[in-house]
Design a protein around this ligand. Structure first.
Ligand code: PXG
Length: 302
């Protein structure tokens, strides 16, 4: 029998089957909480500092006081990786408002619940070409920046879930969501880039996007590679006639978009710019300086 993975729950490590939170937790009752989805590549947690900093930013906006410092939170993530002996993994770090009486008021909750799941996950990045996905434009609009903005990485994902259901029932892989004005925002759990005549564009923060860590890294990769990127409003028309469209995110890594609403994008296959960035990103994630080493202490001792 394989050993059960260990989950960090409020300072303790418990077996996966025993890792539970209260039915009175406001994270469950109201989606009141924040999270991060993080990846580790070869024993190095990719851009962990950026994820921790975004978690604290999300918590600040929802007035959730985290029970420990950024460095303690970082250590808890690394310890969860070590306890499970992982090198290539997906990490889910969640902080909820905690258990409290019924009622939406966060003041009903005495202390936040913190849990960290780390499970083995192999990357698809590598020498092969990026996977090509079929998209639709969702009829659900991305929540506006003055609504339940996705700038907060909160536990409230119903906006994305509805879009994902719509995509699945249309036979597509995922949905592209438009903002309240009708401009392109992002996919259900990834950011979007378009390429036209080798010039890249990506929706800016006005489109209600999550400030993706992969998006930010791809933008800086482009500037290092001499590729121009503009953060701006993009219409569904511009996206449809683009030479290339690709998605970026922790889970998605880099995916080429082959079609939207049944209309082929460019050749319908991964384009040259997408392939170049994919190849470069595949190398970047393996670099120690792009993340935080999990096993540094042991390596130093050895
Ligand atoms: N937009 C949204 C709405 C997201 O949820 C991204 C963009 C990409 O951001 P990052 O920082 O990952 O480049 C996300 C990320 C999951 C999962 O389990 C979801 C995300 C990340 C990791 C795992 O579905 N969302």
């Amino acid at each position: 029998m394989t050993r059960e993975s260990l989950v960090y729950v409020d300072g303790r490590f418990v077996e996966k089957s025993k890792a539970v939170v209260s039915v009175f937790d406001h994270g469950l009752l109201y989606g009141d909480g924040v999270f991060e989805g993080i990846r580790a590549y070869n024993g190095n947690v990719f851009r962990l500092a950026d994820h921790i900093s975004r978690l604290y930013d999300s918590a600040k906006v929802i007035r959730l006081r985290l029970p420990f410092s950024e460095s303690e939170m970082t250590e808890a993530v690394l310890e969860t990786m070590r306890k499970n002996g992982l090198r290539d993994a997906y990490i889910r770090l969640v902080v909820t408002r905690g258990a409290g009486d019924l009622g939406v008021d966060p003041a009903l909750c005495k202390k936040p619940t913190v849990f960290i799941i780390a499970e083995s996950m192999a990357s698809v990045l590598g020498p092969r070409e990026p996977r090509v996905v079929k998209m639709i434009f969702s009829s659900y609009r991305r929540d506006a920046v003055d609504a339940t903005s996705h700038e907060i990485k909160s536990l409230n994902y119903m906006n994305s879930i509805l879009a994902k259901i719509e995509a699945t029932s249309a036979g597509a892989d995922d949905a592209i969501m438009l903002d309240h004005r009708g401009f392109v925002s992002e996919a259900s759990v990834s950011n979007i880039f378009i390429v036209k005549e080798r010039k890249l564009s990506t929706p800016s923060s006005s489109a209600g996007i999550l400030h993706g860590i992969t998006r930010r890294r791809v933008i800086s990769l482009c500037s290092d590679s001499g590729l121009e990127v503009e953060e701006r409003d993009i219409t569904p028309f511009e996206l449809t006639i683009a030479d290339e469209v690709f998605l970026v995110g922790t889970k998605a890594e880099i995916l080429a978009v082959g079609s939207v609403n049944g209309v082929e994008i460019g050749s319908g296959r991964a384009g040259e710019v997408t392939k170049t960035l994919y190849a470069e990103f595949s190398r970047i994630v393996q670099r120690p300086e792009e993340g935080t080493p999990v096993y540094q202490a042991e390596q130093l001792k050895a």
